[in-house]
Design a protein around this ligand. Structure first.
Ligand code: SF4
Length: 210
């Protein structure tokens, strides 16, 4: 049966803005960020107001993008993979020749239109990832919101990726960067370690940009 696609599907848009990617392998890359509303997790330290959004039609989104120079789009959230009609938006972006990146918590597989998948599985929901988890990504980024060594070892076995990062967690204005580096040292100090872990920090916060 042929799927009937709405002509101007509506999306939960928290914000659209142009900036530089602040984290992971693509740090420094100019990009337009499309932040989509709602999430299928609720991490206690989440710094995104993903429940405050406006509905915006596909035509308006595509029109808005014309005012930005960047040719890279970062679809983020919230959790993008739970957005209704996401495939229609991604097809439209692909047709315009954009390089598409997605930031996902990695519970669901990334759509095939995505060129660069940044999976950020959450250790505070480790039990969920035992049952359901993305299998491949461009990079894995785990926020070190405590001792995440066991979780990181599980994720490096479950998700095949080119790059693996631990990121410090910021709570109450404090960033646990030293403990994050300690945990990276433990992971990389294992004999026959299957992957190499690196540090990813939110450089955009230090640079004072959005
Ligand atoms: S998965 Fe990401 S967006 Fe969702 S609650 Fe956790 S940190 Fe926030």
């Amino acid at each position: 049966m042929t799927e009937i696609r709405p002509e101007n599907p509506q999306y939960r848009i928290v914000e659209i803005f142009e900036s530089l990617q602040g984290e992971g392998r693509n740090t420094g890359m100019p990009a337009v960020f499309i932040r989509l509303g709602k999430c299928n997790l609720a991490c206690s330290w989440c710094d995104t107001d993903y429940l405050t959004f406006d509905m915006m039609g596909l035509a308006d989104i595509m029109g808005r993008l014309k005012k930005y120079a960047a040719r890279n789009i970062i679809i983020t959230g919230g959790e993008p993979t739970i957005q209704p009609h996401l495939e229609i938006l991604l097809d439209a972006l692909k047709n315009q020749g954009y390089f598409l990146c997605m930031e996902t918590n990695g519970l669901n597989p990334a759509p095939p239109q995505i060129d660069f998948v940044s999976a950020s599985p959450k250790a505070c929901y480790a039990a969920k990832y035992e049952k359901q988890c993305i299998q491949t990504a461009s990079e894995v980024r785990i926020v070190a919101d405590g001792d995440v060594l066991d979780f990181a070892e599980k994720m490096e076995r479950k998700i095949r990726a080119e790059h693996y990062y631990l990121s410090p967690c910021e709570t109450g204005g404090e960033m646990n960067i030293y403990d994050t580096i300690r945990q990276i040292g433990v992971l990389n100090g294992r004999p026959n370690k299957p992957v190499h872990w690196q540090l990813s920090v939110q450089t955009h916060k230090w640079a004072g940009i959005e």
